[in-house]
Design a protein around this ligand. Structure first.
Ligand SMILES: CO[C@H](O)c1c[n+]2c([nH]1)[C@H](O)[C@@H](O)[C@H](O)[C@H]2CO
Length: 449
C-alpha cells in the first residue's frame, strides 16, 4: 500500500460515528423492548442530572434530515449501531418488523445519498429481557447474540458491507460489571471476568454465524488507551502492564491470538477462571478488520490502594486536555496503530471512533461557537493516522466521533463530542467549525491537513 505524502489513498473511507441509544430517542417506540441503558438512566442517581435517552437527538424520527446533513458534509460512510431490543424485543425469539423497518429506512436512505452504512450489532444497549436472564453472565448469551446477529445479517447483508460485532466490550465488563458506573451497574470482581468471557464468546458466535452466509467484512471494535509508565521503577512498570493488559489486551488478545493476557490473573486473582480451551478457540474466529476507538493515553503509576488494578493514572500538567479530562496526545494514536500492526499480524484497521468533548455554547443569537481546540484535535489526530500509514499500518478508514452532540452515557448531555451542535430544547442542528474543517478534509482526502 503506497501512501501519498500529502494525502490519503484514494480508497480511504471518511465517516462519522454514533450509537443507537445515544442519538435515536424513542427507545420503546413501535414495539421495541426495553434496553438496560433505558432502565439504568431511569434509575435515580445513575446519570448526571438524571438525564436519559428518551429523546436524545430524536434521530429515530429525524434520520432523513440528519442524513441530509451527512450528505452536505460529504461523508462517505456512516457508522451506527443497531438496537438489539428494537429487532428482538425479548432479546430472542419474536422479531419486531417495525424495528427492522426503521433500520431498513435508515440504510436505504444512506445508500440513496451515496453514504456507505456500517453497522455495529451491539453498542451496550442489551435487552432488559436478557439482562433479567443473567445477561452477559449467562453462557447462553453467545447463542442469543448469534441468533440476533443472523436476523440482522439476513436482512441487511445485501446493503451493509462492514459489520462490527461489539463496540468496546471493555466498557461493558469494566464499567458495567466491575465498577458499576454503566449499565447494568454491577460491582463485582467475580462477575467482570465472566462478562468478559461471554462477550467474547458472543463475538465468536456472531462471526461464525456471519461466515455461514455473509458476503462482506466483519470485525471487532475495541478501545485502546496506550499506557506509559510514570517512571522506570519496577513498581510503575508492573502497574502499567496490569493496566495495559486489563484495558488494551483483555479483548483483542483472545480474538486475535486465542489467549487471555496472563496479567489478568494478577489483576483478578482467584476471580479469573481457567476458561475451557474450546471456549477460547471459538472466540478466535478470523476477522476481517479491527475497529480502533482512540481518544487519549494514560501515564500510569503503581497504586496499591487502587482496586483492583493497583494502578492509577497520573494527570499530565502543562498539556491540553478535553472536557472529559483526557489528555490530547495524538502520538498515542500513531503508537497504538503501530502496536496493533506489530502484535496482531498487521490486520486491516478502521479508526472507528476518534474525537473530543469541548463546551460549545450556543450564543444568544443562536450561533454555535465551536471550540477551536476540536479542529486542532482532529487535525493532529488525522495526521497521526497518516503517520502510521506511512510507517506501514493498513488503515482503511476514519470515523469521527461524533456526528451529533449526544447522550454521553452516565454523563448525560453534559459533554459535547459532536461536529454538529444539537440544541436539545429545539432539536436544532448547527454544524460547528469542526464540521466545516472535517468536510474539507474529506473533500481534499486529507490534503488540507
Ligand atoms: C473509554 O473511552 C472510549 O474509548 C470511548 C469513548 N467513547 C466511547 N468509547 C463510546 O464508544 C461512545 O459511545 C462514547 O460516546 C465515546 C465518547 O466518550
Amino acid at each position: 500500500m503506497t501512501v501519498p505524502t500529502n494525502r490519503f489513498p484514494d480508497d480511504f473511507v471518511w465517516g462519522c460515528a454514533t450509537s443507537a441509544y445515544q442519538i435515536e430517542g424513542s427507545p420503546l417506540a413501535d414495539g421495541a423492548g426495553m434496553n438496560v441503558w433505558h432502565r439504568f438512566s431511569h434509575t435515580r442517581g445513575r446519570v448526571v442530572n438524571d438525564e436519559n435517552g428518551d429523546i436524545a437527538c430524536d434521530h429515530y424520527r429525524r434520520y432523513e434530515s440528519d442524513i441530509e446533513l451527512m450528505k452536505q458534509l460529504g461523508l462517505q460512510a456512516y457508522r451506527f449501531s443497531i438496537a438489539w431490543s428494537r429487532i428482538l424485543p425479548e432479546g430472542t425469539g419474536r422479531v419486531n418488523p417495525a424495528g427492522l423497518g426503521f433500520y431498513e429506512r435508515l440504510v436505504d436512505r444512506l445508500l440513496e445519498k451515496g453514504i456507505q452504512p456500517t453497522a455495529t450489532l451491539f453498542h451496550w444497549d442489551l435487552p432488559v429481557a436478557l439482562d433479567d436472564r443473567g445477561g452477559w453472565l449467562n453462557r447462553d448469551i453467545a447463542g442469543w447474540f448469534a441468533d440476533y446477529a443472523e436476523s440482522v445479517f439476513r436482512r441487511f447483508d445485501d446493503r451493509i458491507k462492514l459489520w462490527a460485532t461489539l463496540n468496546e466490550p471493555w466498557v461493558v465488563s469494566d464499567n458495567g460489571y466491575l465498577h458499576g458506573t454503566a449499565a447494568p451497574g454491577h460491582r463485582s470482581l467475580f462477575e467482570a471476568p465472566i462478562a468478559t468471557h461471554n462477550l467474547m464468546r458472543a463475538h465468536g458466535a456472531a462471526v461464525q454465524a456471519y461466515r455461514a452466509t455473509g458476503r462482506h467484512q466483519i470485525g471487532l471494535v475495541v478501545n485502546i488507551e496506550p499506557k506509559y509508565p510514570a517512571s522506570t521503577s519496577s513498581e510503575d512498570v508492573a502497574a502499567t502492564r496490569r493496566a495495559e493488559a486489563q484495558m488494551n489486551r483483555q479483548f483483542i488478545e483472545p480474538a486475535m491470538l486465542g489467549r487471555y493476557p496472563e496479567e489478568l490473573r494478577d489483576v483478578f486473582g482467584e476471580a479469573w477462571p481457567d476458561w475451557p480451551a474450546s471456549d477460547v478457540e471459538q472466540i478466535r474466529q478470523p476477522i476481517d478488520f479491527i475497529g480502533l476507538n482512540y481518544y487519549t493515553r494514560a501515564v500510569v503509576r503503581n497504586d496499591p490502594g487502587a482496586w483492583p488494578l493497583r494502578a492509577a493514572p497520573v494527570r499530565q500538567s502543562q498539556v491540553a486536555h478535553t472536557e472529559m479530562g483526557w489528555e490530547v496526545f495524538p502520538q498515542g494514536l500513531t503508537d497504538t496503530l503501530l502496536w496493533i500492526k506489530d502484535r496482531y499480524g498487521a490486520p486491516p484497521i478502521y479508526v472507528t471512533e476518534n474525537g473530543a468533548a469541548f463546551a460549545d455554547p450556543a450564543t444568544a443569537a443562536g450561533d454555535v461557537l465551536d471550540d477551536p481546540r476540536r479542529v486542532e484535535y482532529f487535525r493532529t489526530h488525522i495526521r497521526a493516522v497518516h503517520d502510521a500509514m506511512r510507517a506501514g499500518v493498513d488503515v482503511r478508514g476514519y470515523f469521527a466521533w461524533s456526528m451529533l452532540d449526544n447522550f454521553e452515557w452516565a454523563l448525560g448531555y453534559s459533554k459535547r463530542f459532536g461536529i454538529i451542535h444539537v440544541d436539545y430544547a429545539t432539536q436544532k442542528r448547527t454544524p460547528k467549525a469542526s464540521a466545516t474543517f472535517y468536510s474539507g478534509v474529506i473533500a481534499s482526502n486529507g490534503a488540507v491537513l
